[in-house]
Design a protein. Sequence first.
Length: 58
Amino acid sequence: MDAVEKVLEIMRAEAQPLNAGKIAELGGLERKDVDKAMVQLKKEGKIVSPKRCYWTPA
C-alpha cells in the first residue's frame, strides 16, 4: 500500500478532520510523505478541508 492509499484509509477510519501531523502519527509515516500524498489527494479532489489545516475525505 502506498502513502496515498494509507493516508486516505486513516482519514476514513478516524471519521473526523485530521491534520497532516496526526495522520503521520497514526499511520507511522513520515510527515513529508503525508504532505506529498495530501497534495496528490487534493489535486484529485478526494479530500476537502472543513477548517484550516484539517482534512477529511470528500
